[in-house]
Every structure is written in structure tokens, then in C-alpha cells.
Design a protein around this ligand. Structure first.
Ligand code: BDP
Length: 714
């Protein structure tokens, strides 16, 4: 008896060890599902009819068989017949059976979309995953698996889904030495040194994860580019990666260093109007396509933060972009030209410059150029108003750039679910063509009828075992993919999907984790930069608070430049009496924001310098409101901690502890943010922190003395 018990115990132990929960499997866990559901699904999926042979369809098939086996606990067999309960998968081209079904939904579906439907043929009930192309089949399969993993009913499927954006791309800010600019999850997953001979199994897992959420492109290299990536030695390595990704429907893109013709081409100039330079890029591009026949194109950061660009030669951004666009056009490639630019001379207001540079160039870009615009006009702050270029360049397709790596959002230590931030931007109304001209409609091309569309997410992925440093960073990767596919999905819906696949589908777990996620962004805004404050982080590494920092090579890298605190008040006056950045928005948007009394308080100090004693909507004056907000942020953190603590019995010990410890660090850092910022701003407001709030534990001098020379990602 005792011996038997012991054996059972040991068996369980070894099972537990084999499944140490380190987060590596992301949302693709495919563990056995609950018995009742399993029985139901097993009756509904009795066999699989899969007729596609292409590499992408083979991937879909493998994923489907593996996923089902994992979740149902036994293999589902393949069948050639159209029997009762068969799951039919394919496209009309690849599968005669799918073709014979003549699904009307396929007519309007377009590329990459899929149909999931339940139908009856000759009295037999079939479940169908159909698409017009291979990629659609792959995405349909992953969506079907997602339905099962989250315990959805598959009895009467009637679902049509197609991506709203074409180029759904991750941007890796990864360097050739494997460091990652603004990376907080270890080193780059690209092991350049050992490529192309050694293919880390992770490359495949990376591709799977992306394909499962519809990401179809990846820029392998940092926007602060290294020309060496375009040399044969590195192109061999790029080819090896592209070969791994192709069966998952993922294309490779590279960053192009504008001065490459000089640096690796031996030319005297990189002037985009010089015929020799143009020829060099044409030849180079041709060479790239010899290595990677489906190469996606180039991403370029030019004339920004010291990067070379067309302006070095007295040319403009369109001249630069068009030269590259002409080089990739014969091969079907595109150019993603970034609008994150600001001049090397200190300007009157940094947030105005992208608009000033790009707006006059509207209509001057080749049709295969996307101008890639960050969500806000400054730089991935906890909160910014939408970028004024959205809606201002009707003749140019604009590509949204979000940052998944949390450079300014607590890095990989803070639990911050970014979907609400993305949605806030996408739902903003540019008024470009009257009410309802949302940023989403600019982005998906529907506002102006653009056919080339795209979105970029600066990746938060590194070689940490759990990929993103913080387990919840995975949710941002996931949400990015899902929103790139369909920007009408809700933050809450995406969180529910992710939690269901990552932790559990139990209603209580879903509700609690979702609650934590949905409040996390606002909490972080409150304890870091409430009321429209921005860029008051530590200098250079952007870690922790440093609103006092006033030493840098240029003004507009300084917290004091951005918050403009003085004895009168706080905030950057961007109205007509100040920098007038507001003038870059549509008059209707301007009207909403130009009066401090009616301005959305989330953006108040972004647009206005407000007096310390000025009463706000709550009835509190600015100083009191600041104290309130900072404390509200820290309080939210306490709430998130206790909600997580309540999940101890529901979540495996490894992942539970990981999140719990990080929430502890986040709570300390939130407190540090609150205390340091309030003490500093108090030197101007000259008012006490109301006694109902905790008083700072240390002095302002102490907070000012902190230094972090080795903070990551810098
Ligand atoms: C800023 C980062 C910097 C990037 C830059 C960019 O601090 O490292 O190079 O953005 O987007 O947020 O080019």
C-alpha cells in the first residue's frame, strides 16, 4: 500500500518537474482540457480531412494535429472521406472537398482571412476551416485551436475573419552583438554569431507564436542600423532565419542604414539623388532578394537622433524614401520610412517636428512607401495624445508604430497591459473628414481608400526563458497581434483570450486577472506621469523618476524641459500663447483641448501650463490633484497585489511567485515615483502633501542622489 502511494507520489512529482512552469510555452500550451469539454469536442471532431501540401499548409496541419492531441489527450486521425463529424481544412485550390463546398463567404474574404463554419453535406455534419490562400488556412487553424483552448462552443460555427491591416510587423531593436536597444528580456534571440549553421529551436517557436496571432512580418534589426547586415556574411544568416519563418507565413524585413553606400559600398556620398547611389541600392536590393526571394523590404530611421539621412545632402525624406522604394519595387518590396524625427538643433518644441517635416511631403511618396508614425508625437510615453500626422497626410498611407517593450512603462518589472493604451489612440478622432475619422480608420486605409496598410510593434522579446522578462509582457505581444488583425477587438476581450490560454478558463481566474490587467495602464500613468506629464524618467536609461534632471547635450532630452515646473505652475504650454503645437491638429480637436477648463484632464499638462492653485474638475486644485493621482496610482498597485495574492491556489507556484515578486518590486517603484515626484514638485508648489496621504519616506536629496549606471536596455 505504502509502496503504491510512494510510486504515485513520485510519478506526480516527475510530472510536475517535467512541466516546470517557466512561461516558455506562451499562450500555445495545448494542455489537456477539462473532461466534459474534451468529450464534447471529441464527438465533434472525429477525423480530419486536410488536403493542402504547401509548406504553410503543412505547418497548419502539424499545428492542428499537435494542438488537438494535446488538448484532447489522444490523436485525431486523418481521413479522406467526408464522413459525419469530420473537420475539413483547406482552400479551394488545395482541397477538392473544400472547393466542392462552394462556400459563399470565400468570395469576399480576400487574402489571409478564414471561414470557420459548421455545415451539413449529404446528411453529414462537417466542421470547416476554409480560406482562399495558405496563410488563411494557417490563421484559421490557429483560431480554431484558440476556440478550443478557451473552451468555446464549436457546435454551430459561423465565423468569418480577415485582417484589417496588411503588414503586421514586429520591429526588433536588436543589434548584431546581441544587445537589444530598450530590451529588458535578456539578449537578442538572434544568435548572429552561430547563424546560419546553428538554428536555435527558438526561431521556430517564435514563428509559431507570431503566426498564431496573425503577425506576418519581422524586422530583424535595430532602427539605429548597422550597414553590415547588408553584407554577404550577414545576408547568409538572414536567409537562414527567413527560411525558418516562411512556413509560418512570416516575411523578413531589414533596417537600412542610409549611409551604407559609403560605409560598405565605397562610395563618396549617400545622396539619394546621385545616380551612383541609386544604382548601388538597386544592386544591393537585388542581392538581398537573391538570398531572400520574399524579402519584405526596408525600415528606415533617417535624420533622427544622429542617424544619417537625406537631409545630410540637402534632400528631404521623400527623396530618401523614394530612392529605396524604387530599388525594392521590381521585387514587390516596400519601404517603411519612420516619422520619428527631430532635428539636431534644439527646437522650440520637439513634439512639433515630425509634422513640420512630413506634412509638406504628403503626396510626394512612391506608392510602395508607408510612413511609420509613433502613436504619439513625443516618444512612447505612458500617455500621449495621438500623433497629429494621423489625419494630416491624406495622400500617404501611414503605418502605426507602438512600443511593446516598456521603455517608459516600467520596463520588464511593471505589469502594464498595453491594449487600453493602443485602443485609446486608435479610437481618438482626428476629425480629418468630419466626426468619426478615427486614427483606426487612418491606419486601416478606409478613411482615404489606401490599399497598402500596416502596423509595427517594437518587440519586447529577448532570450529570457519566458521571452518577455515579465510574464505579463506576453500579453502585450499577444494584444498587438490581435489588434493588428482586428482593431475593433476590445482590451477586455483580448485579455480574456490571453488569460484563458495562459492561465485558466475558470471564470473566477479570468475575472480577477482581467481586472488586474485592465486597471494596470491607468495605475502606471497615475504613479508616473499623471494629468498629461511626460518624459520625467531617469536620463538616458529612462528608469525611475528624475523630474529634476537638467543636464544633457540638448534641452529636449531633459525632464525639466518637458514639465516646465515653476513657482506659477506646471505643464507645457502648447496653445497659441505657447509653442502652438495644438495648431497641428484639426480645428475641432484643437477646440477640445485648447481651453484648460474643458481640456480632457488626461492631457491637461501636455497642452497647458496650469497654476498650482487652479481648481480642476474634481474641485481639488492642481497641487492637490497631483497628490491625489500619485496616491491613486500606488493604491491601485496595492489592489492589484492583493487580487493576485487571492489567486495562489489557482495558479502554478512558479508563475504565481514570478508575478507576485515583480508586483512587489513594482509597488516599491510606484511608491518611489510618487514620493520623489511629489517632493520635487513641492519645491515649486510650496504646499504641503495633505496629511491624509502617506508622507515620503526619504528626502528629495536622497532620491536625487540615486544613480543607475547599469540599468538595462540603454
Ligand atoms: C526612443 C529610444 C531610442 C530609440 C528611439 C527611436 O529611447 O533608443 O532609438 O526611440 O524610436 O524611444 O528611434
Amino acid at each position: 500500500m505504502i509502496k503504491r502511494l510512494l510510486i504515485i507520489l513520485l510519478l506526480n512529482l516527475s510530472l510536475a518537474l517535467a512541466h516546470a512552469e517557466d512561461g516558455y510555452r506562451l499562450w500555445l500550451r495545448f494542455d489537456p482540457i477539462e473532461a466534459g469539454l474534451r468529450t464534447r469536442y471529441t464527438q465533434q471532431i472525429k477525423g480530419i480531412h486536410f488536403a493542402g501540401n504547401s509548406a504553410v499548409q503543412q505547418t497548419a496541419k502539424t499545428e492542428l494535429l499537435q494542438g488537438l492531441q494535446g488538448m484532447l489527450g489522444k490523436a485525431v486521425g486523418e481521413t479522406k472521406n467526408m464522413a459525419e463529424g469530420v473537420l475539413v481544412v483547406g482552400s479551394p485550390q488545395s482541397s477538392e472537398l473544400v472547393a466542392s463546398l462552394q462556400l459563399p463567404q470565400l468570395k469576399t474574404l480576400g487574402k489571409e482571412g478564414f471561414v470557420l463554419t459548421t455545415t451539413t453535406r449529404q446528411g453529414r455534419r462537417l466542421t470547416v476551416i476554409a480560406a482562399n490562400d495558405d496563410a488563411g488556412v494557417l490563421y484559421g487553424v490557429f483560431h480554431f485551436l484558440r476556440l478550443l483552448q478557451t473552451g468555446q462552443d464549436i457546435d454551430k460555427l459561423d465565423l468569418v475573419s480577415a485582417p484589417r491591416l496588411q503588414r503586421r510587423v514586429l520591429n526588433h531593436w536588436d543589434n548584431l552583438d546581441r544587445t537589444v536597444e530598450r530590451g529588458y528580456a535578456g539578449f537578442s534571440i538572434w544568435d548572429w554569431h552561430r547563424l546560419p549553421g546553428y538554428l536555435d529551436p527558438r526561431y521556430k517557436d517564435y514563428a509559431r507564436a507570431n503566426a498564431s496571432i496573425g503577425i506576418n512580418g519581422t524586422v530583424l534589426t535595430n532602427v539605429n542600423a548597422n550597414a553590415m547586415i547588408l553584407t554577404p556574411m550577414y545576408l547568409e544568416k538572414v536567409r537562414a532565419l527567413a527560411d525558418v519563418f516562411r512556413p509560418y507565413g512570416i516575411r523578413v524585413y531589414l533596417t537600412a542604414r542610409f549611409s551604407a553606400p559609403v560605409e560598405i559600398g565605397g562610395l563618396k556620398t549617400a545622396d539619394p539623388l546621385d545616380p551612383q547611389v541609386q544604382q548601388w541600392w538597386k544592386d544591393k536590393t537585388k542581392e538581398v532578394y537573391q538570398y531572400v526571394p520574399d524579402f519584405g523590404g526596408f525600415l528606415v530611421k533617417a535624420n533622427s537622433e544622429g542617424q544619417p539621412g537625406p537631409q545630410n545632402y540637402g534632400r528631404n525624406h521623400a527623396d530618401g524614401a523614394n530612392m529605396l522604394a524604387d530599388a525594392v519595387a521590381p521585387f514587390g518590396g516596400i519601404v517603411m520610412w519612420r516619422a520619428f524625427v527631430y532635428s539636431n538643433e534644439t527646437p522650440e518644441d520637439r513634439v512639433k517636428q515630425a509634422y513640420t517635416d512630413f506634412k509638406p511631403l504628403d503626396g510626394k511618396f512612391r506608392p510602395n512607401v508607408l510612413v511609420q508614425v509613433k502613436n504619439g508625437p513625443l516618444d512612447f510615453q505612458p500617455r500621449e495624445p495621438f500623433h497629429p500626422l494621423f489625419g494630416a497626410m491624406p495622400q500617404t498611407p501611414l503605418m502605426m508604430e507602438y512600443q511593446l517593450t516598456q521603455e517608459y512603462l516600467g520596463q520588464a518589472t511593471h505589469l502594464v497591459y498595453e491594449a487600453p493604451l493602443f485602443k485609446e489612440i486608435q479610437n481618438a478622432d482626428t476629425w480629418a473628414k468630419g466626426k468619426g475619422s478615427t486614427v483606426a480608420k487612418v491606419m486601416d486605409g478606409s478613411l482615404e481608400g489606401h490599399t497598402l496598410t500596416g502596423i509595427a510593434g517594437v518587440a519586447n522579446i529577448g532570450n529570457d526563458r519566458n521571452w518577455t522578462g515579465h510574464l505579463f509582457g506576453q500579453a502585450n505581444w499577444y494584444a498587438f497581434g490581435r489588434l493588428a488583425w482586428d482593431h475593433t477587438l476590445t482590451s477586455s476581450g483580448i485579455a480574456t483570450e490571453w488569460i484563458g490560454q495562459t492561465f485558466s478558463t475558470k471564470p473566477a481566474v479570468l475575472a480577477t486577472v482581467r481586472n488586474i490587467m485592465l486597471q494596470s495602464h491607468e495605475a502606471m500613468v497615475n504613479y508616473m506621469t499623471p494629468l498629461g506629464l511626460a518624459h520625467i524618467m531617469g536620463y538616458g536609461h529612462h528608469y525611475g523618476p528624475a523630474p529634476w534632471w537638467d543636464k544633457a547635450p540638448r534641452q529636449d532630452w531633459l525632464p525639466v524641459y518637458f514639465h516646465k515646473a515653476d513657482n506659477m505652475g506646471l505643464g507645457f504650454n502648447r496653445t497659441a500663447t505657447g509653442s502652438n503645437a495644438l495648431e497641428q491638429y484639426h480645428p475641432e480637436v484643437r477646440r477640445q483641448w485648447e481651453n484648460p477648463a474643458t481640456c480632457d484632464e488626461r492631457y491637461l499638462l501636455w497642452f497647458h501650463h496650469v497654476g498650482w492653485k487652479q481648481p480642476l474638475r474634481s474641485g481639488r486644485n492642481l497641487w492637490e490633484e497631483l497628490c491625489f493621482k500619485y496616491n491613486e496610482g500606488v493604491d491601485s498597485l496595492h489592489g492589484m497585489q492583493s487580487q493576485w495574492a487571492g489567486l495562489q491556489k489557482e495558479i502554478d507556484p512558479d508563475r504565481f511567485a514570478h508575478v507576485q515578486m515583480l508586483l512587489g518590486v513594482q509597488e516599491q517603484e510606484a511608491t518611489w515615483w510618487r514620493d520623489a515626484c511629489l517632493l520635487y514638485f513641492q519645491t515649486f508648489s510650496k504646499m504641503p502633501i495633505p496629511a491624509r496621504y502617506p508622507q515620503p519616506a526619504k528626502t528629495l536629496d536622497y532620491y536625487k542622489s540615486l544613480r543607475f549606471p547599469y540599468a538595462p536596455g540603454n
